[in-house]
Design a protein around this ligand. Structure first.
Ligand SMILES: Cc1cc2nc3c(=O)[nH]c(=O)nc-3n(C[C@H](O)[C@H](O)[C@H](O)COP(=O)(O)OP(=O)(O)OC[C@H]3O[C@@H](n4cnc5c(N)ncnc54)[C@H](O)[C@@H]3O)c2cc1C
Length: 378
């Protein structure tokens, strides 16, 4: 009997599920056994967590069976260590799993803060409860005016129009996506104030040109992302911010049997320079990590990643949105869709993410993605 090749995928987000599906159903390597390690009871649609946190939708997610290839074994637990020498992953409250190939796709979370946040179901639930418990007229500060900050502000303004909501960021709406006048108009329409200033990550106090004031009744932190220390603590090469280093084939330098994809990794060199933490990067990276494993199993040379962007989308609450067309390197093109048409387009994009995963489960290898900007891969 042929020995099965064991692939462990660590993290069942957009990157991990895409990778697991492509490998589990591949005709190119039928003797592959895929194990997905993820603590969630369901697949979590992270791109909708702002709406859950604000109370405008129930917990977003779908049953694993809807997005996962039936031959993927899902272990509902958390990985707590990676032993690259012995090729094992230590799990919380379970026996370790052995791997021939590991795909690290643990995603990202919020920076360490006692303030409210929206990046995981647990912290989003805490935010939801806090918002629901506020009395009318209470003040809510959103720290950060990037896409997540603006999406959270709009969602809270829709669910609780009786609250006084202020978005605070050093240069106001300076993010290339949120700086569009249509976004400012939508915030104004929802009575959300945007203020130039800084929010203290520990206390929630706000400093502006006119001075410092104590935290509002609720402060939601949406600035930056942080990754778990799992890769660093396991002795794998990481960047200063803890992301697992991978080369253009998504392989960890010096660890040819370990690959990475999604928010948790940093692609070294030109092929990864334009990539931002996003679902739009995680999906093609997951597919590519699987392709690299399949190429190595077949004894062929894996390709370098070639990931381009098409759109950047914002959910501006109550069916409104803003969708910006971008070049493959993520720089804005001169057109955007706003208002209800933008909201409709954004919703289709969110649904498409689940549809892509489900389709890859049914027809492994079917997912394709636009090419990236022309870069020299070093
Ligand atoms: C509110 C919000 C809105 C967003 N909107 C957009 C958007 O419109 N467009 C866009 O492109 N991006 C958006 N993003 C960003 C996007 O959600 C992430 O970039 C994307 O989810 C990254 O995918 P991933 O697979 O790398 O990680 P994730 O989707 O975060 O999945 C990682 C998985 O790994 C699991 N995990 C973590 N640690 C371990 C461990 N030790 N062991 C086992 N499993 C583990 C986690 O539980 C999780 O299920 C948004 C993010 C937020 C928070």
């Amino acid at each position: 009997m042929t020995e099965k090749t064991r692939v462990v995928v660590l993290g069942g987000g957009y990157a991990g599920v895409m990778a697991a599906n492509r490998l589990a159903g591949s005709r190119r390597a039928p003797a592959v056994e895929v194990t997905l390690v993820d603590p969630g009871p369901r697949f979590m649609e992270r791109i909708r967590l702002h709406a859950f946190a604000a109370g405008t939708r129930t917990e977003p997610g779908v049953d694993w069976a809807e997005v996962l290839h039936p031959q993927v074994r899902h272990l509902q637990t958390r990985a707590v260590g990676i032993d690259s020498d012995h090729r094992t992953v230590a799990l919380a409250h379970r026996e370790p799993v052995h791997f021939d190939w590991l795909i690290y796709a643990a995603g990202s979370g919020e920076q360490s803060t006692p303030l409210l946040s929206v990046t995981s179901p647990t912290v989003a639930r805490r935010t939801r409860d806090a918002i629901a418990g506020l009395p009318p007229g209470a003040t809510v500060t959103i720290a950060g005016a990037g896409p997540t900050g603006v999406e959270v502000a709009c969602a809270v303004a829709v669910s609780r129009p009786d609250l006084v909501i202020t978005v605070v960021a050093p240069a106001g709406l300076a993010n290339p996506l949120t700086a569009h006048p249509a976004v400012a108009r939508r915030l104004h329409h929802l009575n959300v104030t945007v203020e130039d200033g800084r929010v203290d990550r520990a206390s929630g106090a706000v400093t502006t040109a006119v001075g410092r004031r104590p935290a509002g009744q609720a402060t939601i932190w949406t600035v930056g992302l942080a990754v778990a220390r799992l890769a660093a603590d396991s002795g794998l090469p990481v960047t200063d911010d803890g992301r697992l280093m991978v080369d253009a084939t998504l392989t960890v330098p010096g660890h040819p049997r370990i690959l990475g994809a999604g928010d948790a990794v940093a692609v070294q060199g030109g092929a990864g320079r334009h990539l931002r933490a996003s679902c739009a990067s995680a999906l093609p990276m997951g597919a590519h990590a699987a392709d690299t494993v399949l190429a190595r199993l077949a004894g062929t040379t894996p390709d370098a990643i070639d990931i381009g962007y098409l759109l950047q989308c914002l959910d501006l609450g109550a069916g409104h949105g803003h969708v910006q067309a971008v070049h493959p390197d993520d720089a804005a093109r001169p057109w955007a869709v706003a208002g209800r048409a933008g909201g409709w387009t954004k919703e289709q994009v969110c649904r498409k993410t689940i549809a892509w995963l489900a389709r890859e489960a049914r027809r492994p290898g079917s997912f394709t993605w636009p090419s990236g900007p022309a870069v020299s891969v070093d």
